[in-house]
Design a protein. Structure first.
Length: 217
């Protein structure tokens, strides 16, 4: 007979999310770049807002317009330029400089494509156990950050200025226990929604760790 104040042992509880094996198999097929543990599955994928791409290509168009305008101005003001810089002899014609201008334009467009690829390839995966963040800073520079949900101490977002609030994007901030590391994900679309999902997933992960059924998403 158990002594005073003692509790009978708890019956074993299945803390696995209902349907987790099927969701895991689906996530493995859909996201082969992730190393998912058994019964771990992807809840959502977060990417950067398209407003950053608009800014990149607006800059490309601006530089392209400047190069084109400079070539046109040169073709119309060759004599003025020669006098301005005290150049004697014949100046190169605008036609001869056109290939150089085209090369510069091609380099600007190439730079825009590279910047777009780097911008788009930053992404975040939220699973029922962890967060995978792929951070790309260059064509050959990428790192993966994996954060266990039970280690997350604080989740918050920052939206500053008219543009971020108007287009509903901002910065996600994750703080972890122990090492007190802070992770950031910039230009995130709908940061409020992801903060709520992460908080919910983190609470469920803690409940599973404590032996309580946590349900499914």
């Amino acid at each position: 007979m158990p002594g005073t104040g003692s509790r009978p042992p708890k019956p074993p509880i299945d803390v696995t999310d209902p349907g987790a094996p099927e969701k895991h198999d689906e996530s493995v097929k859909k996201y082969p770049e992730l190393s998912l543990s058994p019964n771990e599955y992807v809840i959502t994928v977060a990417r950067r807002n398209s407003v950053g791409l608009i800014a990149i290509w607006a800059f490309v168009l601006l530089i392209g317009a400047i190069i084109s305008a400079a070539l046109v101005w040169y073709s119309m003001s060759g004599d003025v330029i020669a006098k301005m810089f005290s150049i004697s002899g014949d100046m190169p014609s605008a036609v001869s400089l056109a290939p150089l201008a085209l090369i510069l334009l091609a380099l600007v467009v190439l730079g825009g494509l590279i910047a777009s690829y780097v911008y788009i390839d930053n992404r975040l995966y939220l699973t029922n156990e962890s967060i995978f963040q792929f951070v790309r800073t260059g064509i050959l520079q990428q790192k993966t950050q994996i954060i266990n949900l039970i280690n997350i101490e604080d989740t918050s977002k920052e939206q500053n200025g008219v543009m971020q609030n108007l287009f509903n994007y901002g910065t996600l901030r994750l703080s972890t226990q122990g090492q007190e590391t802070t992770y950031h994900f910039y230009y995130l679309t709908s940061p409020d929604h992801l903060v709520n999902l992460i908080n919910d997933a983190s609470e469920r992960a803690v409940r599973r760790l404590e032996g309580f059924p946590a349900g499914e998403f």
